[in-house]
Design a protein around this ligand. Sequence first.
Ligand code: ZN
Length: 416
Amino acid sequence: MTNTVDATRTLAELRELRALTGDENGAQRVAFTPKWTLARQWLGTKLDALPVERHVDEGGNLWATLRGDSDQTLVIGGHLDSVPNGGWLDGCLNVLAGVEILRRLQAQYQGRPPITVRLVDWADEEGARFGRSLFGSSACSGSLDLDEARFLRDRDGISLPDALRNVGIDFERVKACGHELKSAAAYLELHIEQGPVLLDLDLPLGAVLGTFGVERHAITFLGQAAHSGSTPMNRRRDALLAAAKMSPEIYRVAEAHGGVCTIGACTTKPGIVTSVVEECRITLDQRHLDEVALARMLAAMKAASERFAAEGQVRVSWERLWQIAPRPFHPHLIDLCDDAIREMCGRSHRLPSGPLHDAAEVARAGVPTVMMFVQSLHGISHNKIEDTREEHIELCVAALDRLADKAMAWIQDTQG
Ligand SMILES: [Zn+2]
C-alpha cells in the first residue's frame, strides 16, 4: 500500500522524540537550546530518507520541500519547540504528521507530486524563553516588531539576538524569510486542542474556524474611603460595589454575543477591614472570533461599567493592556477539513481556537489557512500530563493526510 499514511510510525516517532528530548518532568525542547537543536538534528535524519530539499531560513524556520510539477505550494506546519516541562504532543505531532504525509506523497507520485508540498518546523512558537510567542512565523508573516524583540532577554540575561547568534541566526535579517511564503497556496496545521471541547462532545477531531481576537483591559472604579463603623450604608461611595456588579454582567454579555469574558484580577485600596473601598481595579479579558462581536462585547461592558459607576456615585476609567484581532481561517478550507474529518470518523465539529498558533500568522500573511484539532485528554497541555488517545493520534494523522489531498486538488483547480 503506497497511498496511505502509516500513522503507527508517527506514534513510534513521537515516542522516540520523547525519549530523546524529554525527562521525568516532560518535554524539554525550549527553542534555541541544545535539546531543541538535537530535536532538529533528529528530524533531519527522518527527512534524509526522503527526496526533499532542506534548509533553515533567515528566521530559523526549517523547511523541507518535495518539489512537484507546479510551483504552487501546499504548506504543512508545526513546531518542535516546547515549553519547559511540556507535553509530548504539542507542536511535534503536527511536524511528524507532516513527515508521514511527505512519505506517502513521495511513494504515491514517485517523488514528484502534481504540486509542490513543503513541511515547515517553525522556530520558537512557544516563546517560553523570551516571552515572545510565534517568533519564526511572525518573522515570516512580517508582523514581528524587531525594535521590541531586540531587547528581549531570558532569565540569565542573554539577549534574543545573542541566543539566535549561537544557533547561527542573524537577528537583523530574520524578516528576510518572508519570501518562503511567496508561492504558498494553502497552509494546514494539525494540533492537539489543549482544551476540553472535543472531549466533552466525545469527538476525536474538529475543524478550527480561526483564532480568537482579544481585548484586554484594566478597569478602575474610584469612590471614597470611609469608616466602616460610622458611615451609614446609604452614604457610601463604595468602589467595590460597582466593580462587583461587573462580575455577573460578563456572563450576560458573553452569553448574548457568543464569546468568552474573564475578570481575572481584583485589587482594592486601602484594602483594610475597617474601610469602605476607595479604589477597586479589575482586569477584563474578552475573546471572540468575530471582530464586530468582540467590539460589541467591549462596548457593552464599557456601558455597564458607567451605569454601575453612576448608580454608586463613583468614577470609572479604562486602560487597554493588550489587543489582537481575530484571525478567521479560510471558509473553503474549513469545509474541506470538515469533510476530511467526517469521512474518517463520521462526525465533525467546528470550533474556534482560544490559544494562538503559527497558523494565525500564516493567515495574517494572506495564505488560505485551516487547522485541525485532535481531542486532548484532561483538556490540558503545557504539562507532562498532556495526552491524547493512541487511536485518536492515528486518526488525526490519517485525517490530515486526507485533508492534504483535498487541499492539493483545490489548489490545482483554482490556480491551474
Ligand atoms: Zn503548539
